[in-house]
Design a protein around this ligand. Structure first.
Ligand SMILES: [Zn+2]
Length: 630
């Protein structure tokens, strides 16, 4: 019986394979062979459409085009020429000429490829008149990017010549341009448009005889679509100016939509540097700067411990789990003791000694003891620390932390939200618990967040319990984008009513607490300062905020590397941006000037010096050891 089945199957299988092979030969292969591109008597002539423009949320033009001219070669058509004269015209030497010719021939003797890319306008005008002398060469017009506002380089990305990997994609030919990074990459298809092509028939003497098959295969170019992104370019540029001579990331989001208003990474660069003939030279320079890292988008990729802003999340979890109410109080005696040894002490500088501290004051004075107590109660509510940690971790993750946000930005990082599995790995033989993991109470320890994650968390608080996936696209071809994942709210695991007392605490933080210097007359700002310990140097300055308190228009997270503490740099910057966005102007010119002119360069140079010294010492030690060994 079984044997019979096997025989059946074998016959069926062989038959199936034949059918597949037949289909391949008859349909796919013939289609491939029938393409005029594979007919050696046919030459394609491409017509490149203009790439779509990019506008900001208010219709301000941020990316336009400028014409560019490439000298193209079809090696088969090249006739003997005065190489010396031609090289002089192209501003290359003979060696270059030979190399380029060989490369083009290797790619295809018959298909056009770029010989010299991106001529200047002057060179083009001059060369155009002489081109008739050089058979097999012609000039191809393309368009290059142009940035009227020197801003948002990290958001926009750039375009550059296709790589071999891109070439495997049928839509691209050698020498064509493609979006890399940012909006240019993510919305390449819309922006690029469709190139047109004319197939020209040649006779066996390589003379043009007319359109191939009467133009049956020819297509017209379709212009690229314009795109509006969610960025407010005025706010973006303002934030970049505030971050001059500092390092870090700023992300601002509109809570009611998830639209990204500003996405700032500092230091940044002028996007015009990555256009034209100097492109690869400039790119290599920017890319190899391992100290400043201008190509590293800190707003999306830098993972920092969130520090004190994370306390508001513990407050929300404590309320949701019912282990605290807004009336619950704790005492702080300069810190929190979590074990018997003298080291098991978390210091606190809230300055409230011996008086009961409730939720509101716990937030606005940023008391470590208050949140250590709350965190301990959350974990210890459950029979085992494993269960407690699982519950806590899931609440934290519901705010979009510890995972990719699944947005339309070309890059991102997960960050880290510790869970029970992580601690089991850390302590395989030790019975860990709330005390072991107490740093989680104040946003230190294992937790890592990117600026965009923290801004998104702030938006979720502003919305009292949900967030829209942060995104960058607003309109394509002037039509508003309706993508499900951007319009369906993501709910957090915290009930709406618990947000009210926490938001009150954040409001008081700016009214009379740790961020009172960032208060703006007439705008109700809710915020939380933070300082994240940094073993490599000065602490990082952090601030999260949203405003106004009712009907929030903007939620923001600011990270300034080595900025000492939250209210020194991050707080003032966030409040200036909020005022600028809501009112269009700022009322505190002195504060603004202090931020524009303030520099942390000395701090960064010190760090570089330390790194160099460490390297030297290490090398010296290594040498000594080697000598000893000898
Ligand atoms: Zn305290």
């Amino acid at each position: 019986m079984e044997k019979k089945y096997i025989a059946y199957f074998s016959i069926l299988l062989v038959g199936l394979l034949f059918i597949i092979r037949l289909f391949y030969i008859q349909v796919l292969d013939s289609k491939y062979k029938g393409s005029p591109l594979n007919n050696s008597a046919v030459t394609p002539k491409y017509d490149y459409p203009e790439r779509g423009f990019i506008y900001d949320r208010n219709g301000v033009l941020i990316v336009a085009n400028q014409p560019s001219y490439d000298v193209m070669i079809v090696p088969r058509d090249v006739k003997p020429l005065d190489t010396l004269e031609f090289c002089k015209l192209l501003k290359i030497d003979k060696e270059d000429f030979v190399g380029k010719y060989k490369k083009a021939k290797k790619y295809s003797p018959r298909l056009p490829s770029v010989f010299v890319a991106q001529l200047s306008k002057g060179d083009y005008a001059y060369l155009q008149e002489k081109m008739y002398k050089y058979k097999g060469f012609y000039i191809q017009k393309r368009s290059l990017r142009q940035y009227p506002i020197k801003s948002a380089a990290n958001v926009l990305g750039y375009i550059s010549e296709v790589t071999t990997a891109d070439l495997n994609n049928k839509n691209y030919q050698q020498g064509e341009l493609i979006g890399k990074n940012g909006v240019e990459k993510e919305y390449e298809e819309a922006l690029r448009g469709v190139k047109g092509v004319k197939f020209i028939q040649k006779d066996r003497f390589n003379k043009v005889i007319g359109p191939y098959k009467g133009g049956e295969y020819d297509t017209l170019a379709i212009v690229g679509k314009d795109v509006n992104i969610t960025i407010d370019i005025k706010l973006q540029k303002y934030a970049e100016d505030l971050m001059a001579n500092k390092r870090g990331g700023i992300v601002a989001i509109e809570p009611s939509t998830g639209e990204i208003l500003a996405l700032v990474s500092a230091p940044t660069y002028d996007p015009n540097l990555l256009v034209g003939r100097e492109r690869s030279k400039n790119y290599n320079k920017l890319d190899s700067d391992s100290h400043e890292k201008p190509m590293f988008d800190r707003s999306l990729l830098a993972q920092y411990p969130p520090g004190s802003p994370f306390k508001v999340l513990n407050a929300l979890i404590g309320l949701q789990e019912g282990v605290i109410t807004p009336e619950t109080h704790f005492y702080c005696y300069g810190g929190f003791r979590y074990g018997r040894s003298s080291k098991a002490f978390m210091a606190c500088h809230c300055g409230v000694h011996g008086a009961p501290i409730k939720l509101d004051m716990g937030i606005y004075r940023s008391c470590n003891s208050y949140f250590a107590n709350t965190y301990k109660k959350i974990i210890e509510k459950y029979p085992t620390a494993t269960e407690g940690m699982k519950v806590w971790s899931n609440h934290v993750k519901s705010f979009g932390l510890g995972d990719f946000l699944h947005n339309d930005l070309s890059t991102g990082r997960r960050g880290v939200v510790p869970d029970e599995k992580l601690y089991d790995r850390y302590y395989p033989t030790f019975k860990w618990g709330a005390s072991t993991t107490i740093s989680n109470a104040i946003g230190q320890g294992e937790i890592l967040t990117t600026p965009i994650q923290l801004a998104n968390m702030t938006a979720a608080i502003a919305n009292k319990g949900y967030y829209f996936t942060p995104h960058i696209i607003k309109k394509i071809d002037n039509k508003p984008i309706q993508i499900d994942k951007f319009i369906i709210p993501n709910k957090t695991s915290i009930n709406k009513e618990h947000f009210t007392p926490v938001i009150e605490g954040m409001y008081n933080t700016v009214e009379k607490g740790t961020a009172r210097w960032s208060r703006v007359e007439g705008i109700e700002i809710c915020g939380k300062t933070g300082t994240a310990e940094n073993p490599q140097g000065q602490d990082h300055s952090i601030f999260i905020a949203f405003a106004p308190k009712d009907n929030p228009k903007i939620a923001i997270a600011v990270f300034v590397e080595n900025g000492y503490w939250g209210s020194r740099w991050a707080g003032p910057m966030a409040s200036l941006m909020i005022e600028k966005y809501i009112r269009g102007e700022v009322s505190r010119p002195r504060e603004e000037k202090r931020m524009f002119e303030g520099s942390l360069r000395e701090e960064y140079d010190k760090q570089l010096l330390t790194e160099q010294l460490e390297k030297e010492i290490k090398e010296k030690l290594k040498k000594e050891l080697e000598e000893k060994a000898e």
